[in-house]
Design a protein around this ligand. Structure first.
Ligand code: AHN
Ligand code: ZN
Length: 340
């Protein structure tokens, strides 16, 4: 009797232990699979220091406070000097490429491409670029009387430079081993207005980058890849994978869009193809200075495909949004800081 009881007792005990074990293993399997799908989406560990969007915002405001940065104007000269002094303050080796560049309407521009170099002796190099000049006419204004005035270019011009100045500040505080070249191109935005009836044959956009790509600051200059920032500060910006970027630099395009989504910025970096846009990366790609990607705000809401602020007097500080600056700045920084 005692023996029987003992046997029943132990067999019950073993059964319940087995049942418990199977339940708990079931549970842990479930929670493990839940966790791992969670890990794929959100638990990417950021390696770069925090991009400060307040700082980037102030770098944009400072440029806008000079007024329109139209080549040959006093504001352009003063802003150029400011950009040289900031890159110098942030520990870059600074060079200026000066050139006289002819516009479609026969004006000779005193252009300055401003170049900041980090780790000049590193073999592996990343080229980061944006244009710093602003458009001399507001040709997208519906009121024709407003079209002849130059724009402030907070987003178109100011934003890319503001984000890159903040990255320069970060590179000074937290150095990397890879070579980084930051170029602020001049004379990007003197393209012929589309409403003019006689279109002058030639490529009149992107004069500064065309000049540099043909005459780089170092003979035979090549970077492993390049990233262009154009209109990267607008509220609710959307960045599609631009045509030339995919054509010339598909790997780095994919890498940037994937990184943005890992960091939680997938609502800005849309996983879809966009159109081909004439911009500073075209000559850089075609003259093989670096396979380069354009991060540029495009929108289906407007007839021209850019935001409604584009080439109007609404392109002022009111269109600049710190969350957009953060999304772009942190994504580019993560690409730079994860480079070996
Ligand atoms: C064209 O409109 C052909 N390209 C636009 C390049 C640009 C102008 N980016 C900013 N302003
Ligand atoms: Zn423009």
């Amino acid at each position: 009797m005692r023996l029987f009881n003992k046997t029943i007792f132990f067999s019950l005990l073993i059964t319940s232990i087995l049942m418990l074990a199977s339940f708990s293993s079931c549970n842990s399997n479930k929670s493990r699979s839940k966790n791992s799908s969670h890990i794929d989406k959100t638990s990417y560990k950021q390696l770069s220091p925090e991009f400060n969007s307040d700082s980037a915002f102030l770098f944009i405001k400072k440029q806008v406070d000079f007024g329109p940065r139209v080549p040959n104007s006093a504001a352009h000269m003063e802003c150029g000097n400011y950009l040289v002094s900031k890159l110098t303050e942030f520990g870059a080796q600074v060079l200026e490429q000066k050139a006289i560049l002819k516009t479609y309407d026969g004006i000779s521009l005193n252009a300055r491409n401003i170049i900041g170099v980090y780790n000049p002796n590193s073999e592996k190099r990343i080229l980061l670029f944006a244009h710093w000049d602003t458009r001399p006419f507001a040709d997208q204004e519906t009121d024709t009387s407003k079209r002849t005035q130059p724009i402030l270019g907070a987003n178109d011009g100011g934003s890319g430079v503001g984000v890159l100045l903040e990255i320069a500040r970060q590179l000074n505080q937290n150095p990397v081993d890879v070579g980084v070249d930051i170029i602020f191109f001049d004379a990007e935005d003197w393209g012929q207005p589309s409403f003019e009836s006689n279109q002058v044959p030639g490529e009149w956009w992107c004069l500064g980058s065309q000049h540099w790509a043909a005459n780089p600051h170092i003979p035979n200059y090549r970077a492993n890849y390049g990233i262009l920032l154009d209109m990267v500060g607008g509220s609710n910006a959307s960045f599609y994978k631009e045509g030339y970027s995919v054509q010339y630099a598909s790997n780095i395009t994919e890498k940037i869009w994937k990184m943005a989504s890992r960091l939680g910025y997938g609502k800005y970096f849309i996983n879809k193809r966009g159109g081909y846009i004439t911009d500073d990366h075209v000559a850089v790609n075609q003259l093989h200075r670096a396979p380069s990607v354009n991060i540029i705000h495009t929108s289906e809401d407007s007839s021209h495909g850019f935001g409604d602020f584009w080439h109007t007097h609404n392109d002022n500080m009111d269109v600049i949004n710190k969350s957009t600056l953060k999304a772009v700045g942190q994504t580019v920084m993560e690409i730079v800081y994860t480079e070996k």
